[in-house]
Design a protein around this ligand. Structure first.
Ligand code: FAD
Ligand code: UDP
Length: 370
């Protein structure tokens, strides 16, 4: 029997932050993950051509939280990076999120802000307080731009229509009347200088933390004696899917390499709302700034089956998740934290913030100072 204070299931951001914070106050922590590596979905690695790539799709760090940024800065220095995306529509690449240049390119105009505003006023369809993602998009840009940029991309990504998804999904994407073509507007936007995996190694290679990879929670159960469990895997799986399996959206990643070509895309990511089976293609060197004679990209093909990557933000799925959440609240011996354990469409910074908060609660629960 291995004796620890804390057993952490999952070595992604949620698990690693919990482990680091709890070990920092003298608790003994064992982190297990069923994968063969740490870092969860943020895992990056050098591919067989020598290019730094993100195995589970492109991860761009952005946050408005100074607390989160400062905390992560203990484990990495940063490369300033602002993400830019183009959408391939009507046979050409235009800025996405929709901005003044997108409208001018599509409609062959040279509008200023006032004219673009007047145009959107004419085409938008307001339906009171937006409840679904369709309400959000129609209310912002009207049916034509909705169909061009959002409806089919969303159907590909989620296997559902915009009207079946909560307003918060489409609300992630702004619509701008200026020429700002950045994907995010957060105060802090940067990439970890040596990649994400290096952050995890620095967090977890410390006194008080042991890591066991290729170890499933179920296998570990009989062999580890712990005072408190931190669980960051899928919440339905923890409870034996007693209310039925929750829906997740998965992806198939197709990694590509072009030898002898420095760059193939004008920006890091190109979205394909209407063409192709994949939703987007990302070229990693834009994100990492790596110098290399070749270039590596990834295409994302959404699918229902496979590794759970996205909780589905629809009313029915959220309702089902709330039933599991109720069970979770009764388990004072377990802390559920992270994208899969809380069934929330969290970005990395939100996971870090949630874990920092949960670590404080666990310390209080166990009566540990610090
Ligand atoms: P995960 O990273 O999923 O870690 C959970 C870990 O638990 C996994 O390693 C899993 O193997 C392990 N586990 C689960 N069950 C068990 C079990 N029974 N036993 C043992 N181990 C188990 N966020 C951003 O901020 N910016 C982005 O640009 C961005 N891009 C993304 C792109 C894609 C394609 C995806 C899928 C996500 C993206 N995210 C992005 C979100 C980001 O990946 C998550 O917010 C974050 O990684 C979640 O961390 P986590 O620790 O909650 O979960
Ligand atoms: N979206 C869209 N068209 C796009 C990009 C995004 O319709 O070109 C919608 C889609 O529903 C997507 C959501 O906006 O799931 C959020 O997009 P984001 O890029 O934030 O998704 P993520 O990076 O989390 O996959």
């Amino acid at each position: 029997m291995i004796r620890v204070d804390i057993l952490v299931v999952g070595a992604g951001f949620a698990g690693a932050v919990m482990a680091e914070r709890l070990a920092a106050v003298g608790l003994r922590v064992l982190v297990i993950d069923r994968r063969s590596h740490v870092a969860g979905n943020a895992y990056d690695e050098t591919d067989s051509h020598g290019v730094l790539v993100h195995r589970y799709g492109p991860h761009i760090f952005h946050t408005n939280s100074e607390r989160v940024f400062r905390y992560l800065s203990r484990f990495t220095s940063w490369r300033p990076y602002e993400h830019r995306v183009r959408a391939y529509v009507r046979g050409r690449l235009v800025p996405f999120p929709i901005n003044l240049d997108t409208l001018n390119a599509l409609y062959g105009k040279s509008w200023g802000e006032a004219e673009a505003r007047a145009f959107l006023e004419r085409v938008r369809v307001r339906r009171g307080h937006p409840r679904t993602s369709e309400d959000v998009v129609l209310g912002a840009v009207g049916p034509e731009l909705c169909d061009l940029f959002y409806r089919n991309y969303t159907r590909k990504q989620w296997g559902r229509d915009l009207r079946e998804l909560k307003a918060s999904v489409a609300a992630r994407i702004p619509v701008r009347l200026n020429r700002d073509d950045r994907y995010f507007e957060d105060r802090f936007q940067a990439m970890p200088r040596e990649g994400y995996t290096a952050i995890f190694h620095r967090m977890l290679n410390r006194d008080g933390v042991e890591v066991a990879l290729e170890t499933d929670y179920r296998e570990a159960l009989g062999t580890v004696d712990y005072r408190h469990l931190v669980y960051t895997g899928p919440i339905d799986e923890f409870f034996g899917c007693c209310y039925g399996p929750l829906p997740y959206r998965s992806l198939r990643f197709e990694h590509l390499h072009y030898a002898g070509v420095e760059r193939v895309q004008p920006v890091a990511t190109i979205n394909y709302p209407n063409d192709c089976e994949y939703t987007r293609v990302t070229e990693f060197k834009h994100l990492t700034g790596q110098k290399h004679s070749g270039t590596s990209l990834v295409r994302e093909y959404p699918q229902a089956e496979g590794e759970p990557y996205y909780p589905v933000p629809s009313d029915d799925a959220m309702e089902q998740a709330r039933r599991y959440e109720k069970l979770a609240r009764q388990r004072k011996d377990v802390t559920f934290v992270g994208r899969l354990a809380e069934y929330r469409y969290y970005n990395m910074d939100q996971v870090v913030a949630a874990a920092l908060k949960s670590a404080e609660k666990v310390k209080a629960l166990l009566g540990v100072d610090g």
